[in-house]
Design a binder for this molecule. Structure first.
Ligand SMILES: C[S@@+](CC[C@H](N)C(=O)[O-])C[C@H]1O[C@@H](n2cnc3c(N)ncnc32)[C@H](O)[C@@H]1O
Length: 282
């Protein structure tokens, strides 16, 4: 932020500057509707077609009906086939019926393979892209565990981490998203919204045991997300690495492995309790 930075005050105009592009990549943030940004609302309203993963139904906010890309998943279908379909749908729609949006939970730049493919592929097809930012699950996890990522942070998608035999930098905090669905290649069940969890989590444990002692404490973190008070309710499940052989209680969790040697200079005390104050709906 540089405007008027010398005075320490930023004059904020009332009018939004709304970006224009053939394709908008939009994050919803974690807590709905709370995290929806002014830009996200403005951009989505302008699009001729909006593809949601998942689709949001929020007519009170003026959001147009979305096409639900979640429906392309299948319990016996490789997720990568679904991702290919999403990519083609979005690019084809942008070419004939733009502007369009691809919108998803959290940040659209975090753990969203298709958004990255759109950024890569769109210019080759002469299409412009704009990214609308939003809070990701990392923001929530950093708050829950009081982590300052500037002081050493590593992230690897769990299956990629183990299958590529990645050597972790144990001086940083390591986060392994998708640990509960380690090595699961299929999609969620669209009928009931459930996702198959992993029976092979012990493989992550065995890989980590090459670098951390068995008593090293690890955490499955599900940070507050979704609607209503769920958005403020986080759960942290802590266990010694030696006992990491199950996918955790919530399939939408991230495994967090603290640095090998805690540091009073780099680490902050974790808040004992997550927000418990009464919440107000308005
Ligand atoms: C496909 S990625 C999507 C990430 C999302 N775009 C974001 O910015 O948070 C899904 C993975 O993100 C992590 N994740 C998503 N929501 C989470 C939450 N509420 N708490 C912890 N981890 C979460 C889990 O590891 C999950 O398997």
């Amino acid at each position: 932020m540089t405007d008027n930075a010398g005075s320490g005050v930023v004059e904020v105009p009332w009018n939004l500057t709304v970006p224009e592009a053939d394709i908008h990549l939009v994050g919803y943030g974690l807590r709905l509707p709370n995290d929806l940004t002014l830009e996200a609302l403005a951009v989505l309203k302008r699009c001729n077609r909006v593809f949601g993963i998942p689709a949001l139904h929020a007519p009170e906010f003026g959001l147009p009906a979305m096409e639900n890309l979640y429906l392309n998943y299948g319990t016996d279908k490789d997720r990568h086939r679904t991702y290919r379909e999403w990519l083609d749908l979005v690019l084809d729609a942008a070419a004939t019926d733009g502007p369009v949006a691809l919108a998803t939970s959290g940040s659209v730049m975090v753990g969203a393979l298709v958004a990255h493919r759109v950024l890569e592929e769109a210019p080759r097809r002469g299409l412009t892209v704009h990214v609308t930012h939003a809070a990701s699950c990392f923001d929530g996890i950093w708050a829950d565990l009081n982590i300052e990522p500037f002081f050493g942070f590593t992230v690897w998608e769990a299956t990629t981490f183990v299958k590529l035999g990645i050597q972790p930098d144990t001086s940083t905090t390591l986060m392994l998203p998708q640990a509960p669905i380690f090595d699961v290649t299929t999609g969620p069940d669209i009928a009931d919204g459930t996702i198959r969890t992993s029976t092979a989590v012990a493989e992550i444990r065995d890989h980590l045991l090459g670098y951390y002692p068995p008593r090293h404490q690890v955490h499955f973190v599900h940070t507050g997300s979704g609607t209503g008070t769920r958005g403020f309710t986080s759960t942290v499940e802590t266990l010694p690495l030696a006992e990491l052989d199950h996918p955790g209680r919530n399939p939408l969790s991230t495994l967090v492995v603290p640095r090998l040697t805690p540091s009073t200079r780099l680490d902050f005390q974790r808040p004992d309790t997550v927000a418990t104050k009464d919440t107000v709906t308005s």
